[in-house]
Design a protein around this ligand. Structure first.
Ligand code: GDP
Ligand code: MG
Length: 290
């Protein structure tokens, strides 16, 4: 079986989100937005009898008017090389690939990369061919391919090309695993991360998060989470004067959860005191620690 991770990289608006949706819209797709490590922001898993591809957005965010800042490029490069294959997304409506080519070349990738030229529906066949020819001559490009993510055109053949470049291996995920549990856990992790960022050193260590409700209510997702602390005093600190603390926490967490889920979220947080939860096996199990 061919198995591997594929990271998608591209300027804002190149169509990364659209491509992910198109990829996961494939009939064979099993979608499970769960996270293996904090490095892999897994967005979608496609599993068939012959392969499992785990697609992910690159964590390195590219500013629209970036300079080729070395540090940033390193972060992006690192993120991309976390994967077995990199998908470098080019927006055909840019007309001139020179600029994006510089960006791709500066990455000096050591993993095979496919240059995916998106929005083929917006330009002429001749333009597509010129750009494909251009990228096919670049050393970092294993293979160029033109797609229209929005119409799903050539997306299946992109998957085929990707799969050919993946190593043989055992699947990382169950093929039939469709559950919101991993999403819940990740949502809990985001809230936990914000607690680390917003509260003094000791508080986060006395705190855990339990997502109690995760319900799709189009166009929103309703999430209710409990923040578990050990003492009343800690509850007071989490809430903050006039509830200021928990309000800030909710705002920060919601922003990141929405980013991760790609959907609007209604987030409700409660603080609960469970004395000595950290020493209680039953609590620990309930909170997902094994
Ligand atoms: P991202 O910032 O890279 O995630 O880009 P998005 O997926 O959000 O897409 C940016 C814009 O490009 C949106 O308006 C999409 O509808 C549009 N877009 C994406 N793929 C295509 C495509 O294949 N054809 C056309 N015409 N538009 C596309
Ligand atoms: Mg996007």
């Amino acid at each position: 079986m061919k198995v591997g991770f594929v990271n998608i990289f591209g300027k804002p608006n190149a169509g990364k989100s659209t491509l992910l949706n198109a990829l996961l819209g494939e009939k064979l797709a099993i979608i499970s937005p769960k996270v293996q490590t904090t490095r892999h922001r897994i967005k979608g898993i496609i599993t068939t009898e012959d392969y499992q591809v785990i697609f992910s957005d690159t964590p390195g965010i590219i500013e629209p008017k970036y300079k080729l800042h070395e540090k940033m490029m390193n972060a992006v490069k690192e993120a991309l090389e976390d994967a077995d294959v990199a998908v470098l997304l080019y927006d055909l409506t840019e007309n001139d690939p020179a600029d994006t080519h510089e960006l791709f070349a500066a990455l000096k990738l050591r993993v095979p990369a496919i240059v995916v030229c998106n929005k083929s529906d917006k330009v002429s066949r001749e333009q597509v061919d010129t750009v494909l020819d251009f990228f096919s001559r670049q050393p970092y490009c294993k293979e160029p391919i033109a797609i229209s993510a929005i119409n799903g055109v050539n997306v299946a053949s992109l998957v085929k090309t990707v799969v050919e470049l993946l190593p043989e291996g055992e699947p990382f995920f169950e093929g039939d695993e469709i559950t919101d549990l991993p999403t819940r856990f990740f949502v809990g992790e985001i809230i936990r991360e914000k607690i680390y960022q917003l509260y003094e050193e000791e508080i986060p260590y006395h705190t855990t998060v339990l997502v109690q409700e995760f319900k799709e209510k189009p166009p929103m997702i309703k999430i209710q989470a409990d923040i578990i602390v050990q003492r009343e005093t800690q509850k007071g600190i989490i809430l903050g004067g006039g509830g200021k603390g928990i309000k800030a926490l909710g705002i920060a967490a919601r922003a990141d959860i929405e980013k991760f889920l790609g959907q609007k979220v209604f987030l409700e947080l409660f603080v609960k005191v469970k004395p000595k939860w950290r020493d209680n096996d039953l609590y620990l199990k309930e909170y997902g620690y094994r």
